[in-house]
Design a protein around this ligand. Sequence first.
Ligand SMILES: Cc1cn([C@H]2C[C@H](O)[C@@H](COP(=O)(O)OP(=O)(O)OP(=O)(O)O)O2)c(=O)[nH]c1=O
Length: 198
Amino acid sequence: MKRILLASSSPRRIELLRKFNIDFDIVPSSYEEKLFDTDPISLAIDMAKGKALDVAKKLNKDFIIISADTIVTKDGKVFGKPKDEEDAIKMLKVLSGSTHEVVTAICVYDLGKEILKCDFEKTEVVFKELTEQEILDYINTKEPFDKAGAYAIQGIGSLFVKSINGCFFNVVGLPIFKLDQLLREVGVNLLKGSVSFE
Ligand SMILES: Cc1cn([C@H]2C[C@H](O)[C@@H](COP(=O)(O)OP(=O)(O)OP(=O)(O)O)O2)c(=O)[nH]c1=O
């Protein structure tokens, strides 16, 4: 019996996938993410792939793994999750009053068929100008700390987002439209809430 497995510790990814009527297991990867200023798309894809391959080592052929990685990028700089308060303040100052991009890479790895497919989605996010006080007040909510770019569009961070261009769910960490396309290629239909295996 085939099983879907989400290789993630992200509560947002878990919650988004739970919207659909499929059973899935959750095994976070221990893949070590290394961020540096380079092409954000290949970086995110490498990391999503790394997470899938890491979790695959522990599994048998019955599983289809879903993994993802989200990066915030602006002017050639890439931002993951802030290391500390100072890092979060720095990121929010860069994002203030301007447009940045959020890239999420996703991979679907069918261990039985030995098919690994990865893709990405990119969304533009326009931030209002933030005052020092707003940044400090936001840091005090603790929301920024486990989020790429130090904000959550789905949370209090929504106060800062003037507009977006592209997939909302991509910003939250799981681009549902892209994920559905990849899953269909390995026989999983989120709309039917079922997994059909030939
Ligand atoms: C920009 C943004 C990011 N995020 C989150 C999504 C991801 O959980 C996180 C980016 O970190 P990731 O390294 O992509 O994921 P993760 O470490 O949380 O989980 P895992 O590697 O186990 O799958 O930032 C939001 O929740 N809202 C936002 O608006």
